[in-house]
Ligand binder design. Structure first.
Ligand SMILES: Cc1cc2nc3c(=O)[nH]c(=O)nc-3n(C[C@H](O)[C@H](O)[C@H](O)COP(=O)(O)OP(=O)(O)OC[C@H]3O[C@@H](n4cnc5c(N)ncnc54)[C@H](O)[C@@H]3O)c2cc1C
Length: 380
């Protein structure tokens, strides 16, 4: 008699759920268990700082709809350890044996130590932040990366007077930040967001902050967006190597029959990436490896997008060190264009500004992606 193989996936968010779906789609007929620490049905995080923050969606609209059959979803249970010798996952609800284990525990936001100051990583954070907006008229957002910019734009759309502060002189937008910064600055200013760049928040309060230039902007709501840390504490003492996330080979293997996908995973030599589509593509790849025993050959290139003040910004490529943007389609003055990013003259990526179809075409010309790796649609 043969026993069914089993795969245990740790983390019930986009990377974990997509791994389960991809396993089934690839014909895996073993048992699949997904263990997730949060008590909620799995949900998409990108809408939290967009449609949910602006009030267009209820939090439930961000739920991940899954088509995978026969997946055991164990919610509200936390992994506490991994014994690769015995092939057992330790959890707050007992031990789970596995044949293959997939780590998809993502990252956690750096949380402010001051009560009443908000951040935005989970659906509970979104509920707390939107509840705090009742009667508020001024908001202060600390951290001028992509998430801080989205929160500032969302709060501005809700009618609050928003100040966005950041320690760098430019607005950051992933690795393409410095090249896009002047355009991002104009976009925020045109939509009424006040920018305070090149300053540190030296003292945080629930009603404002003291900045390193001595000024003290006051606010009814304060939100920090100052980065995240990989959720790897539960792996301490295991055979898995930790160094800014779970260190894997180029196919996502962290130890024999142990894989890592999504924000928590670092597929060396590439750096760790915190973007939704990247998590999805890693999940597809690891599912293929588990089912066929062979990793797919294609390279996973970072792709991300954002919505700021009604402008859709899309970025594809490995853009570290990119030093020029050349417009290849659209009309810059009209606020719709696609640009090729180059490093010392060599193309390294594509940037789309409110021109999604032309962006997709330019991206495909730069490096065709397999047809089965389409972007996952968010509902509704
Ligand atoms: C507000 C917001 C907006 C975003 N917008 C965009 C965007 O526009 N575009 C884009 O590309 N990306 C965006 N992102 C990033 C994107 O959401 C992430 O890349 C994606 O969620 C990563 O998925 P993941 O499954 O790897 O990790 P996560 O979504 O972080 O999920 C990890 C899950 O594992 C669980 N977990 C952790 N530890 C344990 C444990 N010990 N046991 C069991 N479960 C555990 C966590 O509770 C969590 O549910 C955004 C993120 C946020 C927060």
């Amino acid at each position: 008699m043969t026993t069914r193989p089993s795969t245990v996936i740790v983390g019930a968010s986009i990377a974990g759920i997509t791994t389960a779906e991809s396993l089934r789609r690839a014909g895996y007929d073993g048992a699949i268990t997904v263990v997730g620490a949060e008590p909620h049905r799995p949900y998409h995080r990108p809408p939290l700082s967009k449609q949910v923050l602006t009030g267009q969606w209820a939090p439930a609209d961000a739920t991940i709809t899954t088509a995978a059959d026969g997946v055991d979803l164990v919610l509200g249970v936390r992994a506490t350890g991994l014994d690769t010798g015995r092939r057992v996952l330790l959890t707050t609800d007992g031990e789970l044996p596995y044949d293959s284990l997939v780590i998809a525990t993502g990252v956690s936001a750096r949380r402010p130590a001051v009560a009443g100051v908000h951040t935005l990583r989970t659906v509970d954070d979104a509920a707390a932040l939107t509840a705090a907006l009742d009667g508020a008229s001024r908001a202060l957002v600390i951290g001028a990366g992509i998430l801080g910019a989205e929160i500032a734009a969302g709060l501005s759309k809700r009618g609050l007077a928003v100040t966005l502060t950041g320690r760098h002189r430019e607005l950051r937008f992933g690795t393409i930040g410095p090249l896009l910064s002047p355009r991002l600055v104009r976009l925020h200013r045109a939509n009424g967001v006040r920018l305070r760049l090149g300053v540190d928040a030296v003292e945080l309060r629930r009603d404002g902050t003291v900045l390193s230039d001595g000024s003290e902007p006051a606010a009814d709501v304060v939100v920090t967006a100052t980065g995240c840390r990989p959720n790897v504490g539960w792996l301490a003492g295991s055979a898995v190597r930790i160094d800014d996330g779970v260190v894997c080979d180029t196919a996502g293997r962290a130890a024999p029959d142990v894989y890592a996908v999504g924000d928590v995973a670092r597929w060396a030599p590439a750096p760790r990436v915190e973007h939704q589509q990247h998590a999805i593509e890693q999940a597809h790849a690891v599912a293929t490896t588990i089912v066929t025993g062979r990793p797919p050959m294609h390279d996973i290139v970072p792709f991300y997008w954002s919505e700021l003040h009604g402008t859709r910004i899309q970025v594809y490529g490995r853009l570290d060190g990119a030093n020029a943007l050349a417009v290849v389609d659209g009309d810059v003055a009209g606020g719709r264009f696609v640009a090729l990013a180059t490093r010392d003259g060599a193309p390294v990526g594509v940037v789309g500004w409110n021109l999604p179809r032309a962006f997709r075409e330019a991206r495909a010309r730069l490096a065709p992606i397999p047809a089965d790796l389409g972007e996952r649609q968010l509902v509704p």
